[in-house]
Each structure stands twice: as C-alpha cells, then as structure tokens.
Design a protein around this ligand. Structure first.
Ligand code: SAM
Length: 246
C-alpha cells in the first residue's frame, strides 16, 4: 500500500487503534536512549511520521526538535501541533530537508511502505550528519512471531513475509555507506489487558488485518476473545525490532 492508502477514515482509526500508549513504551525509550545518544538541541527526522505519536514522544523523552516528514495529508493533519515538532510533506526517497541537518532518523513501521529502499537510504545519508544513526522500528520476516497480531491472526504472517528482511534493509543501506550496529527485539505494551487490546482493535487501521478475508479475521477475533477470557490479567505485550544503522 502506498501512502495514499491513508484517507481520513483510516488515519482516524490509526490514531485510535495503532498508537501505542506512551506508558507501554519504556523498553523503546531506554533502547533509543542507549543507541542514539540524543540530547536537547539535536534534531530528529521522523520519516513517515503518521499521526505523530513518536514525534511528540521523541521531544518529550529527549528534548530534541523533530522534523516530521509524512506524505499522506490525512495522517499529517492528525499530528498534534507542538512548538518542537515541525511537520513537512515529503517522502523518504526525497526528504524535504537540507544536507547534514539531522542528528538521527526514525522510521517507525515504514520500511515496508517504501518502493525504493536504496533511494531512501541515499536520502538519509544526505540528510544526516556523519555518524548519525538511522533507527528503524519494524516487523521483519522470520522475526515477528511474538507480534500480537500474528499470535491471534496467524495469516497476517503472509503479509510480513513480503516485507523487506533485515538483510535486505542492511544491504540497501550499505550501498549508501551505512552499516548495521544493532538489532534488538523489544517489547511494547499495546494495552493493559488482552480484552482492552481487543476493544481497541480496528481492522481498517492495519494493512496486515485489512489483507485478511472476513473468515480469517473472525477466527482471529475469536482466538483473541478466548485468550482474554482465559487470562484476564495478561497484559497485551507485543514485540517488534529496532534495527540501527550508522
Ligand atoms: C504504519 S504507518 C506508521 C506511522 C508512524 N511512523 C508510527 O509508527 O505510528 C506508515 C506511514 O508511512 C507513510 N509512508 C508511506 N510511504 C512513505 C514514503 N515513501 N516515505 C515516507 N513515509 C511513507 C504512510 O503515509 C504512513 O503514515
């Protein structure tokens, strides 16, 4: 799906269902702090910023200025106005920023949307200061079995199988002079309980769930509700990868 897949309805559903509550991200905050060394006065490029949840989190966590680049107007319009977050229309393959103007780049659930990873890597090499990290948060083929969507909707693994692999991303970025410095699987708490997770779920907000037929979606929902009844206290913990290139 291209960015044009995010219209006003899917953008609103994305905000409601896919933004991870800030309190569910301590492992991500810690890992980003360790990998990126961000400090007030620095600039982070949030590429494919969506509805801006991470853009504002980067500012609140690290005191940085954020340039949020997002091609879909419906997503951009939902990024909260914030003096430290500058929103720009643009794409990873043609970043609307000056050369060597950023201290880190963040791509959250974006690499599988890119048509030309090598072009994006070249643009990031141009936009980042030498040695600055590219922080990629994504599901990757062969590493996503602890994603809650895959646990309850196992057919979504077919979508992830078509995403770029860690090696493909690493190779594309190597052509632009980056090398991989970290790959970490990290937990996030998507909701306090599985029942809360089920209540927040919006099929239209997720390309993986949209790819399922109605019967597969209904089977997944039934599995999720059964697990929520069997383990009412279980937090809705999902895992994704942080891939870092410099
Ligand atoms: C799954 S959303 C992730 C949004 C946000 N990063 C987050 O983690 O909540 C993917 C986003 O990538 C954007 N996108 C699609 N193609 C893109 C491109 N070529 N360059 C930059 N962003 C793109 C979409 O418009 C969408 O907002």
């Amino acid at each position: 799906m291209t960015s044009s897949g995010y219209d006003a309805g899917t953008a609103a559903a994305y905000r409601e269902a896919r933004e991870i509550p800030r309190e569910g991200l301590p492992a991500w905050r810690q890992a980003i702090a360790e990998e990126a060394g961000l400090a007030p006065g620095m600039t982070v490029l949030d590429v494919g910023a969506g509805t801006g949840a991470f853009a504002t989190a980067f500012h609140d966590w690290f005191g940085v200025r954020v340039v949020a680049v997002e091609p879909a107007v419906a997503m951009r319009e939902l990024i909260p106005a914030h003096p430290a977050v500058e929103v720009r229309e643009g794409r990873a393959e043609a970043l609307p920023v000056a050369d060597a103007s950023a201290d880190a780049a963040w791509l959250g659930s974006v690499v599988h949307h890119l048509d030309d990873l090598a072009a994006a890597a070249r643009e990031l090499r141009r936009a980042l200061r030498p040695g600055a990290p590219v922080l990629i948060r994504n599901s990757f083929p062969g590493r996503s079995e602890r994603d809650l969507r895959i646990r309850f909707f196992p057919e979504t693994a077919e979508s992830v199988a078509g995403y770029p692999t860690v090696d493909e991303v690493t190779t594309a970025f190597a052509t632009a002079g980056f090398r991989r410095t970290a790959l970490r699987a990290l937990p996030q708490q998507s909701a306090p309980t599985l029942a809360d997770f089920a209540r927040r779920l919006r099929r239209e907000a997720d390309t993986k769930l949209r790819a399922l037929d109605d019967a597969a979606y209904a089977r997944g929902l039934a599995r999720l509700h059964a697990a929520a009844s069997a383990s009412p206290e279980e937090p809705a913990t999902s895992w994704m990868d942080l891939l870092v290139l410099r």
